[in-house]
Design a protein around this ligand. Structure first.
Ligand SMILES: NC(=O)c1ccc[n+]([C@@H]2O[C@H](COP(=O)([O-])OP(=O)(O)OC[C@H]3O[C@@H](n4cnc5c(N)ncnc54)[C@H](OP(=O)(O)O)[C@@H]3O)[C@@H](O)[C@H]2O)c1
Length: 283
C-alpha cells in the first residue's frame, strides 16, 4: 500500500474500499470486516448510502486501531446548507460511532454547498474533520469553489476509469493541489471492463486481471482508487496491485479507451439534478 500526502499534510491511502449499493446492514458490516482483513485501511461511505451504522460496527469489531484507519463519509444534497451540514456531520459521527472523520466530502455540488463548506471548515478547525473535500466537481465548478473558500479542498472524488479519463480535470486538480479520487474505478462493471481485450492483453504480461490493470493505471496517474466488492476474493484481488508497474506503452493503450464522457451520470441534465434534490435521507 502506498500513501499520498494531502495538501494539509494528512496521509491518505492510495487505495480504499467503497460501500455504495451495499444497503443490507449485515452484508455491509461483513464486507467492511473482510476488506479490513484484506488490508484496506480507507473506507468510503456516505450519509446517502444508508450504511454508516454498519460501517461503524465493522470498524469497532475490526481490531484495527482508529489511527490506522482512514474513514470518509459525505454530506447529502438535502443537508447542503451551513446549518444542515453542522447537523449532518454530527449525525454521521454518531452513526459511525466515531469522534472524528479523516475526510468529509460534499457529495454533490448542489444546493447551498458553499454554506455547507463553511460549516465543514469550522469542523476542520475544531479538529473534528482531518480533511475536507468535494465530489463530482467538473473543472469549472472546482475552480469556482477553490476561488471562493478559505480551505482548498483536499480531495475531489470524481468518476475516473478508462472510459472516462478526465485528463483536463486532473490537470486543474494538480494546479490547485487537490487530490483526485476515483469513484466507479471499474465503470461500475460497464463496457465489459472485466473481460476487455486491451486490459486482458496488458494483464497477461504481468499475471494480472483486467480489474487489477485498471486500478494500477489510475494509481499510476496519481489517482486514489476505492473499488467496491462484496466478495472477499475480489477484495483481495483488487488489493493485489502493488507488485507490478504498467509501462508507458501500456498507459498509452489504455488512454485510447477514453470516450470523453460519462455513461453513468449526467450532471448537466436538469432531470438528474432534480432527482438528486428529491432524494431524501431523513425527515
Ligand atoms: N462520490 C460519488 O458520487 C460516488 C459515486 C459512485 C461511487 N462512489 C464511491 O466509489 C466506490 C466505487 O464505485 P462503485 O461502487 O460505484 O463501482 P465500481 O467499484 O466501479 O464497481 C463495482 C462493481 O464491480 C464488481 N467488482 C469489483 N471487483 C471486481 C473484480 N475484481 N472482478 C469482477 N467484478 C468486480 C462489483 O461486484 P461485487 O460487489 O458483486 O463483487 C460491483 O458490481 C463506491 O462504492 C463509493 O464508495 C462515489
Amino acid at each position: 500500500m502506498e500513501y499520498v500526502t494531502l495538501n494539509n499534510g494528512v496521509k491518505m491511502p492510495m487505495e480504499g474500499f467503497g460501500v455504495f449499493q451495499v444497503p443490507d446492514p449485515a452484508q455491509c458490516e461483513q464486507a467492511v470486516l473482510d476488506a479490513i482483513a484484506s488490508g484496506y485501511r480507507l473506507i468510503d461511505t456516505a450519509a446517502a448510502y444508508m450504511n454508516e451504522e454498519a460501517v461503524g460496527k465493522a470498524i469497532a469489531k475490526s481490531g484495527v486501531s482508529r489511527e490506522e484507519l482512514f474513514i470518509t463519509t459525505k454530506l447529502w444534497v438535502q443537508d447542503a446548507s451551513y446549518e444542515g451540514a453542522k447537523k449532518a456531520i454530527q449525525t454521521s459521527l454518531d452513526k459511525l460511532g466515531l469522534d472524528y472523520l479523516d475526510l468529509y466530502l460534499i457529495h454533490q455540488p448542489m444546493g447551498d454547498y458553499i454554506g455547507a463548506y463553511r460549516a465543514m471548515e469550522e469542523a476542520y478547525r475544531e479538529g473534528i474533520l482531518r480533511a475536507v473535500g468535494v465530489c463530482n466537481c467538473y473543472p469549472h465548478v472546482l475552480a469556482d469553489i477553490c476561488e471562493t473558500v478559505d480551505i482548498i479542498p483536499a480531495v475531489n472524488q470524481v468518476e475516473l476509469h478508462p472510459f472516462f479519463q478526465q485528463e483536463d480535470a486532473l490537470a486543474l486538480m494538480k494546479e490547485y493541489g487537490v487530490q483526485p479520487e476515483a469513484w466507479g474505478p471499474f465503470a461500475e462493471g460497464n463496457h465489459g471492463i472485466f473481460t476487455h481485450p486491451v486490459l486482458t492483453e496488458i494483464g497477461e504480461k504481468y499475471g494480472k486481471s483486467p480489474a487489477q490493470v485498471v486500478l494500477r493505471w489510475n494509481v499510476q496517474r496519481g489517482v486514489v482508487v476505492i473499488p467496491k466488492s462484496v466478495h472477499k476474493n475480489r477484495m483481495e484481488q483488487n488489493m493485489d496491485i502493488w507488485d507490478f508497474s504498467l509501462t508507458e506503452e501500456d498507459m498509452k493503450k489504455i488512454s485510447q479507451m477514453d470516450l470523453g464522457h460519462s455513461e453513468i451520470v449526467d450532471h448537466y441534465a436538469p432531470a438528474f439534478v432534480k432527482m438528486l434534490h428529491s432524494m431524501k435521507i431523513h425527515n
